[in-house]
Design a protein around this ligand. Sequence first.
Ligand SMILES: Cc1ncc(COP(=O)(O)O)c(C=O)c1O
Length: 400
Amino acid sequence: MSKAKLNKRIDMIEPSMTIGISAKAKDMCETGISVLTFSAGEPDFDTPENVKRAGIEAIKNGFTKYTAAGGINELKDAVVKKEKERNGLDYTRENVCISVGAKHSLYNIGAVMLEEGDEVIIPAPYWVTYEAIVKFTGATPVIVRTKEENGFVLDKNELEKAITGNTKIILINNPSNPTGATYEKEDLQFIAELAEKYDLWIISDEIYEDIVFDGYKPVSIATLSDYAKQRTLVVNGTSKSYSMTGWRIGYTCGDKEIISAMTKLQSQSTSNPTSISQMAAVEAIIGPQDSVTMMREKFEERRDYIVKALNEIEGLTCVTPKGAFYVFPNVSSCYGKEYEGSKINNSMDFAMVLLEKARVAVVPGIAFGEDDFVRISFATDLDTIKKGMEALKQFVNALK
Ligand SMILES: Cc1ncc(COP(=O)(O)O)c(C=O)c1O
């Protein structure tokens, strides 16, 4: 029997490395090996009670059938209200598509907008999935690197230099996964002006907008000019703000034609996001927000601890993130060394040897386009963070 002949594009993408490392750590745990896990991209808190209750009510009320492919009106209205109150953005239902998580929103945007020959500018370090989605559509990701010494903030000249006649989209993520870097209004203004100058679209992934520190208030690039409003697809969802990763609700706000194309694609692929999750998401978005504040405060406390602990480890450096729940320390001073005979030459070796020998799970920076770093998620309790940072310190100190 001949081997299955797959679509040539599926070989162009790698499985998600963040999910891969978490799975390996989980396998180790299941065989009785205890692992301190810092690889997951999800809050460790439970979904808020009011949100869970809304899901349970939906089931009890029999709200368990197909819904409109692009989402129920109640949830679209909740998104419209939230974007107006929170970001000052005016949308109507026709500007909103509810999808099966923000990852699905991004995938659908790629699928309806991109084709071979198109280029998408992605600042690095970037969230693993951006590059994969662009490649899967046949378009080309154009990576613009940022520097640790600039706090991973995008250099305006580098960005403009990356634009060619084929550039279609600039993709920004504020705050950023994996660095926690944030954009100031003037940086966003510059990107909005560039988009107008070169007739580009913008994808603004705002999924970490609620997880921000030091009083930082994110501005949506879509608010910065009429052009930016027309040309920005705002992507967001309930996974991070409300600890609802498993409920799978994401959304896109923007141009009606693109939203309608995304909805058409959903109608022929996933159909609607889960009816029950949609009802829970309505409650999450328009219900009480105190759990968001509680989680944000906890994340900030952990961020303060972890950044200090990492910078105290000799040879490591760590930029202070202003948002999201990750730190991205530079571990390259460990390269060329070994731990009990296991050589470390890159971020993958670092993460693997650290997991196998010290039982600490982090994600190699290469998954985000930067091999000198690893990503450590602080979406875990302070006690685990303290133990993990101590284990990491001992590991680094023992390298020869
Ligand atoms: C930057 C970024 N965007 C989008 C997502 C997707 O979230 P979800 O599909 O759970 O809504 C993630 C999840 O890790 C993320 O880090």
